[in-house]
Design a protein around this ligand. Structure first.
Ligand SMILES: Cc1cc2nc3c(=O)[nH]c(=O)nc-3n(C[C@H](O)[C@H](O)[C@H](O)COP(=O)(O)O)c2cc1C
Length: 245
């Protein structure tokens, strides 16, 4: 996972593509080969990916869309965020444009018996509009997200994760031996509660992907335990716990 580290600081959602530049066959093969190497959050969950032309969806930008399908499973949305964020960061490494696209729709709601979950639109851009400084991120302050002692570089990088409507639903408590990650249900956003719950669980998977990249990068050895029950009445839903060795 640590190979994605530098992309954390460069990525951004790209919504402007150059219609005159198209993805070559070779590049498409590179992208498809990459999909085969994605690390799942839970390898027991059956998933599938399909790349379609943007016109086959309701997406308004991008040359292609990568559609993610999954079997029904308690960790379906977390796993979607975890796996597709690796693609998002991979597109950044290729200086391509990409954007998570929750509101776009596809007619293909099923693939090999698996349910459609979400897509990322991607394509070529005329110039790389990657970020070069942390100040270019519009994010909550670390202290609003993360309480407790931990490597400050990890805290500062983890909070750069992308989320639906930039709602940043993650809340973290830590001490040097334990990181506990919660989803705050009641985040300020224009999303309705049902949509918010769906997308924010994908966001939490994205955040776990960032945490794993960062822990790996800093050679921190850990065991990770993901919750399986998310229907609680409390505002903070426990998502995962990391025990640091
Ligand atoms: C699960 C998810 C769904 C998203 N859906 C959309 C979308 O439908 N349309 C869009 O323009 N951006 C969408 N985004 C992009 C977010 O708005 C964006 O990641 C966030 O504002 C942070 O900005 P950044 O990605 O440039 O860092 C989505 C992001 C995530 C993680």
């Amino acid at each position: 996972m640590k190979s994605y580290y530098e992309m954390i600081f460069k990525r951004r959602s790209i919504r402007k593509f150059n219609a005159n530049l198209s993805i070559s066959e070779d590049l498409m093969k590179t992208i498809k080969d990459k999909i085969k190497t994605l690390i799942p959050l839970d390898s027991s969950i059956r998933t599938a990916f399909k790349i379609v032309k943007r016109e086959e969806t309701t997406a308004k930008f991008g040359e292609y869309c990568i559609l993610f399908y999954s079997e029904n499973h308690p960790l379906k949305l977390l796993n979607a965020g975890y796996m597709l964020e690796q693609m998002d960061l991979f597109f950044t490494s290729l200086s391509m444009g990409a954007c998570w696209y929750g509101i776009a729709r596809t007619k293909e709601k099923k693939l090999d018996g698996l349910d459609y979950v979400i897509m990322i639109a991607f394509g070529k851009v005329s110039s790389t509009e990657l970020r070069s400084d942390i100040s270019q991120f519009n994010r909550k302050k670390p202290m609003e997200i993360w309480q407790g002692e931990f490597n400050q570089k990890i805290i500062d990088a983890a909070i750069l994760a992308p989320s639906a409507c930039n709602s940043q639903p993650w809340r973290v408590q830590s001490n040097p031996k334990l990181i506990t990650i919660h989803r705050k249900k009641n985040v300020k956003t224009i999303m309705t509660p049902r949509i918010r719950s769906y997308f924010n669980m994908i966001d939490m998977g994205i955040f776990l992907c960032f945490i794993d990249i960062l822990l790996d990068y800093y050679h921190i050895v850990y065991t990770r335990e993901i919750s399986t029950e998310f229907n609680t009445d409390t505002d903070f839903v426990k998502i995962a716990e990391y025990n640091i060795k």
